[in-house]
Design a protein around this ligand. Sequence first.
Ligand code: XIL
Length: 449
Amino acid sequence: MKLTSRSVSLVPIVSTVATVALGASLLLAANANAATTLGAAAAQSGRYFGTAVAAGKLGDQTYVNILNAEFNMVTAENEMKWDATEPNRGQFTYSNGDRILNQAIGNGKRVRGHALLWHQQQPGWAQGLGGSDLRQAALNHVTQVATHYKGKIYAWDVVNEAFADGGSGGRRDSNLQRTGNDWIEAAFRAARAADPAAKLCYNDYNTDGINAKSTGIYNMVRDFKSRGVPIDCVGLQSHLSNNAPSDYQANIQRFADLGVDVQITELDISGSNQANAYGAVTRACMAVPRCTGITTWGIRDTDSWRTGENPLLFTGSGAKKPAYTAVLDALNAGGPGPTTTTTTTTTTTNNPGPGGCTASVSLNEWNGGFVANIKVTAGSSALTGWRVATTLSNGTVTNAWSAGRSGNSGAITWSNVDYNGSVPAGGSTEFGFQGTGSASGLTPTCSAS
Ligand code: XIL
C-alpha cells in the first residue's frame, strides 16, 4: 500500500519536471530561431520592413546605425516628390533622391519610389498649369523621373492621394483631376513604359478600413485590372491613432483578391494603445499572402512629421519602444509568405507559324495559393483573337482578370476579352488569375482563334 501510494505520488512530480524541461527547451529553440531585426524578421516570410528616410539625416550616426541594422526597404520622405525633382519645368534635380537611393542600395536595401504625381508638394510652376498643358507636363514628369530611376525602384507610388475624403467614394478635386478622369491611368501607363520592372502602386490615406474612400479605390483597381491598365499594388498609408480599424485585414484581403499586392506604406500610430495597435497591424499584414511589406514613416519619434505625437518605433534617443517589440514578435510569429517560389515557364503553341501564338506564365506560388500572369505573344502575323489552354489539377481559380474562362479547375480554356483580342505581329498582351491550392503543371498552350 505504502509503496503504491509513493509511486503514485511520484508520477505527477516526474511528469511536471518533464513538462517544465520540455517547455524550456521549446522556448529556447523558438528564441534561437527568432530574427532580431525588423528587416530580417520580415524576410523570413518573403516580406520587407522599411522606413521613410530624410536625406538631411544621413549624417546623423544614431539614425544611420538604426537604418542600416533594422530596415531593408527605404522610401524618400520628400526627395523624390515633384517639387524636389523638377523645381523648374524640364529641369530635373536628383541629388537628394540619389543620395537616399545610393545609401539604401549600397547597404543592401531596396527602394520604394514616392511619389510621381500628387496634388501636394507640386512645384509652383505646375500649380499654375491646367488642361492639356498640365497633362503633358505631368506625364513628362512621370516619364523622366521613372526613367532616371529605371531598374532601381522596387515599387513606385505612381499616384498619391487622388480620392476624396468623406462618403462620396469619388475623386478629390485638384488641378490634375481637372485634366480628365483618365489622368491616373495615363500616369500608370507612362510609368510602365518608362520602367517596366517597377511595381506600380496607387497610395492613399484613410483607406485602411473598408469605407467609401477605400471602396472607391477598390473599384478603380478592379476597373484597371479588367481593362489591362498596368497596376501592381495598393499602398495603405496607415497614419493611425490608437487602433487599426477592425476590418483592416479584411480590407487588405479584398484588395489582394483583385490580384494586386498590398503594401503598408507610411505607418505611424499615436496614442496609449500604440504597441497593441502596431502588433495588430503587423499581424493583419502577415495573415494576407499578398501583403508584401510594411514601411514606417520615419525611424525615431523625433524624426516624425507628426510632431509631438511620438508615433514611431524608436524613441528620440534611438531606444526600442514596446511597439518595436510588438512588431518584431508579430513578424517572427510568421504567416503565409507572399512568394515562396517564383517560376517562369514558356510553352510554345502547336501552330507557331503565321496566325499562331505563344503563351508564357509567370507564377507566384505560396503555401496554399498562387497568382499566375500569362503573356500571350503573337507570331509573325497579327492575332484577331486567341485562346490559352491550362491544366489546374490541384488548384481552383478564385479571381481572374483580362480573359474569359471555361471553368475554375481542371482543363480550363481562357479566351480574349473584347479589348485584348487584337495583338499585332510579334506583340503581346497579358491576363492573369489567382487561386487556392497549387498551380504546378499549368503548362499554358496558345492558339489563334
Ligand atoms: C510628409 C513628410 O513626412 C513631411 O516631411 C512633409 O513636410 C509633408 O509630407 N502622406 C504622404 C507623405 O504621402 O508624402 C507625407 O509626407 C505624409 C502624408
